[in-house]
Ligand binder design. Structure first.
Ligand code: ADP
Ligand code: MG
Length: 218
């Protein structure tokens, strides 16, 4: 059960609460109350909870907190990479991220398959702090050296089960190997943790992860 009454109780930067209030978001959901402090403490995490339970903010708020409160580990941006299985989902995540970064100096970029590659390369050349991407196009940018992940501090996989069901295991492995900073933190979200491919990817990507499963037997 959540014992956090509001987002300030989770230790979030106070600049974030008016933005959330403005969106009618006052009380963390259960997954947020558990995942946000775990992520902010620097742990790797594998978490599941049902659709509509607020997983996006469970990782976007720790993303914002890292940008606002922690010095970059490395001069090379991006600091945070968020991967989503489909264009539609990546767009939704990006829209929610934009609502959090607007009014700050932090920059975000969206990298999707099926859109103009050179326009994305130009956006990436402006050194966004956070990139939201689908895995295939992200790897194309690594191949073309329009994106570097050596400075990446936080890697987030949203809907990891769907990404693996869609056949992105090789891309995720490549991204994991490229984002090789020794202090990199990784957060994995999935509709279920009862998924063999998710668990074997978790073994590759995560270091001593905390497990959070809401509404499941595990
Ligand atoms: P999930 O990824 O778990 O399916 P989402 O992150 O897409 O869920 O969130 C579902 C909806 O709930 C979104 O419209 C989001 O704005 C809203 N939401 C998220 N967190 C809260 C909260 N703490 N209070 C109220 N609404 C919230
Ligand atoms: Mg989601």
């Amino acid at each position: 059960m959540s014992n956090a009454e509001n987002f300030n109780d989770l230790g979030l930067d106070p600049r974030l609460s008016p933005i959330l209030d403005h969106q009618g978001i006052t009380e963390p959901t259960e997954i947020q109350a558990l995942a946000i402090p775990t992520a902010m403490a620097g742990h790797d995490l594998i978490a599941s909870s049902k659709t509509g339970s607020g997983k996006t903010l469970a990782y976007l708020l720790p993303t914002m907190q890292r940008l606002m409160r922690k010095k970059a580990l490395n001069k090379r941006d991006p600091r945070v990479l968020i991967l989503a299985p489909t264009r539609e989902l990546a767009k939704q995540v990006y829209a929610q991220l934009r609502s959090l970064v607007s009014g700050t100096t932090y920059k975000a970029a969206l990298v999707l398959g099926g859109e103009n590659f050179n326009d994305q390369a130009k956006a990436l050349a402006k050194d966004p702090h956070v990139v939201v991407a689908t895995p295939g196009r992200l790897v194309n940018h690594l191949d073309e050296r329009s994106l570097f992940l050596e400075g990446l501090e936080l890697l987030i996989l949203d809907e990891a089960d769907r990404m693996l069901d869609l056949g992105f295991a090789a891309e995720l492995t490549r991204i994991n190997q490229t984002a090789s900073h020794r202090l990199r933190q990784t957060l994995m979200f999935s509709a279920t943790l009862e998924h063999a491919a998710v668990n074997s990817m978790a073994v590759k990507l995560l270091k001593a992860p905390k497990r959070i499963a809401i509404g499941a037997a595990n």
